[in-house]
Write a protein that binds this ligand. Structure first.
Ligand SMILES: CC(C)(COP(=O)(O)OP(=O)(O)OC[C@H]1O[C@@H](n2cnc3c(N)ncnc32)[C@H](O)[C@@H]1OP(=O)(O)O)[C@@H](O)C(=O)NCCC(=O)NCCS
Length: 162
């Protein structure tokens, strides 16, 4: 898999990846119905398309020429020194092969002005917590509203950059 910038023609595959990976990751935590609601909203083609043109952001996919195995979306916050990794998802069948790490490295390289990469992680998502801790992130508090508007609690992790 190689990492490249996402384009409009990738959106259907990215949506399918997000739906599959969200159900695999979160059904046991939030329930199937809630996951369907969230993915229908956050991961609609229209929502994803808007991200392609968002300023100060990076939308990446990992691709082997046949399929998309992972995606990442990160954007600078109102403080340009702090970048929020909004999404990092690898298809269940492609996990633990270094794809998440490759996407993370490209995100870090995409914001040379930033000094902090921040991520919000569901506390019960132990594999993701393990991934971030083994990739240089440190615990930095919590939020009651993961993603803004979800009302879901999450842990915050931050990685110093540069
Ligand atoms: C979390 C996620 C992005 C990691 O991507 P990945 O491609 O599977 O991870 P990598 O292969 O790059 O892993 C790099 C290192 O992170 C750690 N790690 C990754 N997954 C782990 C797991 N399930 N348990 C423990 N450590 C893990 C390991 O140290 C791993 O190195 P190793 O395989 O040599 O031991 C991916 O598993 C995923 O998409 N999960 C479901 C969705 C999700 O939770 N996304 C994050 C939302 S905040």
């Amino acid at each position: 898999m190689f990492v490249r910038t996402a384009g409009e023609r990738d959106l259907a595959a990215i949506r399918a990846l997000l739906v599959e990976t969200w159900h695999a990751t979160y059904d046991a935590i939030y329930g199937v119905e809630r996951v369907r609601e969230i993915t229908d909203d956050w991961h609609s083609i229209a929502s994803l398309k808007a991200r392609l043109t968002r300023p100060n952001s990076e939308f990446l996919v990992a691709d082997d020429g046949k399929r998309i195995g992972g995606m990442a979306f990160a954007a600078a916050t109102t403080d340009a020194k702090i970048v929020l990794l909004n999404q990092l998802y690898v298809l269940p069948a492609c996990q633990r092969q270094g794809i998440g790490q490759a996407l993370l490295e490209e995100v870090e390289a995409s914001f040379p002005e930033a000094n902090t990469l921040r991520v919000e992680v569901e506390e019960a998502n132990a594999p993701a917590v393990a991934f971030y801790l083994s990739n240089g992130f440190l615990a930095a508090g919590s939020t009651a509203d993961c993603g803004g508007g979800s009302g879901l609690p999450a842990l915050i992790f931050e990685k110093p950059l540069g």
